[in-house]
Structure formats: structure tokens, C-alpha cells
Design a protein around this ligand. Sequence first.
Ligand code: ATP
Length: 197
Amino acid sequence: MSQEIVLRTTNLGKRYKNRWAVEDVNLEIHRGDVFGFLGPNGAGKSTTIRMILSLIRPTTGSVELFGHRLETEREKALAKVAGIVEKPDFYLYLSALRNMEIAGALTLGKAPEKKRIMDSMALVELQDRADDRVKTFSHGMKQRLGIAQALLCNPDLIVLDEPTNGLDPQGMKEVRELIAQLSHEHGITVFLSSHLL
Ligand code: ATP
């Protein structure tokens, strides 16, 4: 396995008023890893992920992505990172394809080519449902569509907060297999949180 460090956190901590949500988190994730960040509800997983994605500012410590410090080189640090925090949001009355176009335009600055969208949708095995409204999708399919949206920017690291939350056993299995596939077949490093071992 390559020793390149994709993500490193050093003494990362977040305090809300006089309460520490996260304290002294030191992580090192290498290229190609599927890293499971485990802990019970309230342990601080989402807070840590928000700091890694630069959605909130740490109280202590630092985050480094692909060798770039988030604090000082935010754009470079996040260039190859995609994340889903909480559950992905969709326009339920629009087709999956249209949702992908909109999500792509938001992240890339212009609507992605149809081939690129269809490649992402094929990866999550939703290519045959591209023209269906998202309203008709199961929870697991929506989760996979969210991952397809995240893939549009060709990330080297994908960060998922509780990707199997609320899924039935079959949905969980599909998402787990998809994550393994992203890592093994596409060389994407995956950081995911879960309260389930
Ligand atoms: P869950 O899976 O339930 O979301 P978690 O491990 O992701 O759990 P966090 O959501 O990171 O946990 O929350 C960690 C702690 O920080 C909790 O005690 C929570 O109440 C607190 N916390 C999180 N966000 C805030 C906030 N904006 N203001 C105050 N406290 C917060």
C-alpha cells in the first residue's frame, strides 16, 4: 500500500462554549485506505468531519489534506475532496439526471457532460434510472445517487458521514459494496463515520 498521507489531523479539537465536542483527534489516513471512524452517537464524529471539510473552524489543532494545510491552503487542500454530511438533498420532482446536472453545475461551475454524469451513475448502478424522478427512489438509491454526485468532481478522497444510517440490511450491503468498489477499482480513499461496528 502506498504510504502517501491523504489526510492527517493533529490534536484536532472543537469546543462549544465550555464543552468539548471533539478533543485531541490525531489521524493519519493513507491513499487507498477505507477508514472507518467509529463511535457512538454524540461522540463527535460529525463535528470532526465538518472540521475536515472546512465547514467549521477547529478550536485546536490542524487538518492537512494531500500535504496542504486547510487553514492556510484551503483551496489546494480541498481540490480533490468530496464529502456528504448528513443525508444528500435532492429536487424530488426532477429526474436523477437533472439532479446530477444541477449538483455538477454547483460544484464544477458548469453543467457536466452527459457522459460524465452517466459514468458516475453507472458506478453506483443507477444508470437505468437516470430519467426517473428521485421521488420514486428508495432511501438506499438516494444514498447512492448522493455518492454519484460526489464523484462528479473526480475526487481522490471521499468523506461520508454515516452513509448507511437508516438503510435496511440490503441497502447497507449495497452501500458497503459500493464503498469497497470505489477503493479497490477506482483508487479513491474513503473516510466514513459510523456508529455501527
Ligand atoms: P451523531 O452520530 O449523533 O451525529 P456524532 O458523533 O456525530 O454523533 P456530533 O454531532 O459531532 O457527534 O456531536 C458531538 C457533541 O458536540 C455532542 O455533544 C453535541 O451535542 C455537541 N455539538 C455538536 N454541534 C454543536 C453545536 N453547533 N453547538 C453546541 N454543541 C454542539
